[in-house]
Design a binder for this molecule. Structure first.
Ligand code: DX5
Ligand code: ZN
Length: 225
């Protein structure tokens, strides 16, 4: 599946997979998904610690599915480009953690990946609307970043609506990605609000058939857009 042309991007989060079997998790959904979402956490920006460059490097070698790296880390200026150099399709860093998001976006694109800006639960999107042309994706958290399995916060979809309006009026080639609590009963509202890329951890890897779960999510999203 060619991610750049997909109307709806489904990106299962490996955070909900068995970390001792990440390659198997990747192959269990390959063919049913557009990207694999890789949650990088440093125990500082969020109180959780996950994976870093060595694991991303191994994943890159283990799967052809494009890697969507979501960096929940401090000092992305220091680390983010390394993920692009490892071959990540898209590298998303948090607005709250970056001193100069525009310069970092340009560096990511120069290193060969897409550039993504993430907005956590308590951050208004309005402050970042003017820099959206520098980005390929805008990731709007629909929970507080840090852990999987949290309850979807529908009020955060107002940010998706605001960003979608700006993308339309500005004719931007921008994917609007939602992350957190996305499941069969919530993906429709997110799609209706204007999201076109959907991260789902628990709803995919908590299901008995992860690929079938991804197909159901895609159908629900497509029906609501
Ligand atoms: C949390 C991560 C999410 C997480 C989503 O900070 O960014 O990607 O894996 O997990 P679910 O789908 O279970 O909410
Ligand atoms: Zn994520």
């Amino acid at each position: 599946m060619e991610a750049a042309q997909a109307d709806t991007v489904i990106a299962p989060s490996l955070l909900a997979a068995d970390f001792a079997r990440l390659a198997e998790a990747a192959s269990s959904v390959a063919g049913a998904v557009d990207w694999l979402h890789v949650d990088v956490m440093d125990n500082h920006f969020v109180p959780n610690l996950t994976i870093g460059p060595p694991v991303v490097k191994s994943l890159k070698a283990a799967t052809d599915v494009p890697l969507d790296c979501h960096l929940m880390i401090e000092d992305p200026e220091r680390w983010a480009v390394g993920y692009a150099e490892l071959g990540a399709h898209n590298v998303t860093f948090h607005a709250e953690a970056s001193a100069d998001p525009v310069t970092l976006a340009k560096r990511l694109r120069a290193a060969g990946s897409g550039a993504g800006l993430a907005i956590d639960r308590d951050t208004p999107v309005e402050d970042y609307l003017d820099i959206l042309p520098e980005f390929d994706t805008l990731l709007i958290m629909t929970i507080k970043a840090g852990f999987g399995g949290q309850e979807f916060l529908p009020e955060l979809l107002d940010k998706v609506r605001t960003a979608r309006r700006r993308a339309e009026t500005g004719h931007l080639h921008l994917r609007i990605e939602v992350d957190g609590g996305i499941a069969e009963d919530t993906i429709g509202a997110a799609a209706e609000a204007g999201a076109d890329a959907f991260v789902a951890g628990t709803a995919v890897f908590g299901a008995s058939d992860p690929a079938a779960a991804c197909r159901r999510l895609r159908e629900r999203a497509a029906a609501s857009r």
